[in-house]
Design a protein around this ligand. Structure first.
Ligand SMILES: *Cc1c(COP(=O)(O)O)cnc(C)c1O
Length: 416
């Protein structure tokens, strides 16, 4: 979509506002499926936690995607959006047995990531086939907060625990229909991916009921022009080849699955916010926008670098700015950014605002979460309203405690 469209969406629905381009999501989905087109049974399970609006989920469903979910609430959102239960995989970490049982009762594919729950679940429900999340201990990924494959990671069942894993399966009589890994985010080195895949192929041989191998996600997306990114086409070529060989050795075609979040939606999203104040200090020029980490926390949480563009003055003379929010703590979206000259009232646009942006928004500072708009075939659709004051009060209870009377009583008894 064009910058002019973003300006018009902001004018129509107000700002700050999140805008998503359905065309870009569709393109990314097709790019991934084309890269693996030679694999007979390919499955993409979109990771709901990246962006969970029902319209986005329905778009994914129409593309033929399944869902990867990490909470029972995400499972319910998926079912509400019209997904068949068998096209949803539940991949939680550290949740209760009850939550897993609830997901199983809804008919979704269960993925178990620790031996304790595996033993409990297998003992009670030996007939429900499960997928096993393996930790291959292959280091990948950027920021340590989003890298989950290392030896101290809380995710997955360590490859070194395979003997114990097999013993539980044998003793409970349960069936393993899938194995899974997800080693982290921002994987650039395809060799790392291929190496981890070999570990899964080796593990897979232990499971006669195996129907799929899920290679997780973690594809690095570009954040600006000429930025580095995972070479999906090269990965597709190499992994497809190896996967088909593996199926041949196995003697049947099993399913190859991925569960991308960021890859599908990151670049499809824009966060548009107006500038409230331009403030010159002794060391820098601040542009304060009508937002903060209550709306977009990724730069502060793990240093992600979103391009910031001035939609209102794209041809202006570039100057250096620190773009900050209104939260009463340091909330810097970007320092020393070269941006076309900013005036108060200008609209700034943050790129790559599709994944882990709105879904991480909060009401901190008692602010409203912004609206979400879907841009589809040249038309803007409101897919979530901006919150209002009633939303802030909705779940608060006022039991009408008479604080004044109680403190008066205390004073009186202290005197006596
Ligand atoms: C978050 C997550 C994903 C999606 O990761 P991206 O980096 O957004 O593609 C996939 N699988 C699991 C298990 C996850 O927790």
């Amino acid at each position: 979509m064009r910058d002019q469209d973003l300006i018009e969406v902001a004018r129509e629905f107000g700002s700050p506002v999140y805008v998503y381009d359905s065309e870009k999501i569709t393109q990314q989905y097709k790019r991934l499926t084309s890269a693996f087109a030679s694999v007979p049974r390919l499955r993409i399970n979109y990771a709901v936690k990246a962006l969970s609006n029902l319209s986005i989920l329905r778009l994914m469903n129409s593309l033929g995607s399944g869902l990867d979910t990490v909470s029972i609430q995400e499972v319910r959102l998926g079912l509400t959006a019209g997904f068949a239960a068998e096209n949803i995989i539940f991949t939680p970490n550290g949740v209760s047995l009850e939550e897993i049982e609830e997901a199983a009762s809804l008919g979704v594919q269960i993925n178990i990531d620790n031996l304790s729950l595996l033993e409990q679940f297998g003992t009670k429900h030996p007939d429900i086939p499960v997928c096993i999340r393996i930790n291959p201990h292959v280091m990948a990924g950027g920021n340590s907060n989003i890298s989950v494959g290392h030896i101290d990671s809380k995710f997955g069942i360590s490859i070194h625990q395979t003997p114990h894993l097999l013993r539980i399966i044998e003793l409970t009589g349960m069936h393993v229909n899938g194995i899974h890994m997800h080693t982290g985010s921002d994987i650039l080195d395809i060799e790392v991916f291929l190496h981890a895949s070999e570990i899964l192929f080796n593990t897979a041989k232990h499971f006669p009921d195996l129907d799929f191998i899920d290679f997780g996600s973690g594809f690095k997306v570009p954040y600006r022009e000429n930025d580095i990114e995972t070479n999906i086409e090269e990965l597709g070529e190499k992994l497809s080849q190896r996967f088909k060989e593996f199926c041949q050795e196995l003697g049947r075609d099993i399913q190859l699955a991925f569960e991308p979040g960021k890859f599908l939606v990151s670049q499809a999203g824009y966060f548009v916010a107006p500038v409230n104040v331009v403030k010159q200090t002794t060391s820098t020029v601040f542009a304060s926008i009508d937002s903060g980490f209550n709306h977009l926390i990724r730069p502060m949480l793990y240093g992600s670098r979103h391009e910031i563009r001035n939609l209102s003055n794209p041809e202006g003379k570039p100057r250096f700015y620190s773009v900050v929010g209104y939260i009463c703590e340091t909330d810097t979206f970007g320092s020393n950014r070269r941006i076309p000259e900013i005036s108060e009232g200008d609209l700034l646009c943050f790129d790559n605002a599709g994944a882990y942006c709105f879904t991480m928004a909060s009401n901190y500072n008692s602010r409203y979460r912004p609206a979400e708009v879907l841009w589809h075939q040249g038309q803007a659709y409101l897919i979530r309203e901006r919150e209002n004051f009633d939303d802030l009060l909705r779940h608060q209870k006022d039991p009408q405690i008479d604080f004044a009377a109680q403190s008066a009583k205390k004073k009186a008894s202290a005197k006596a």
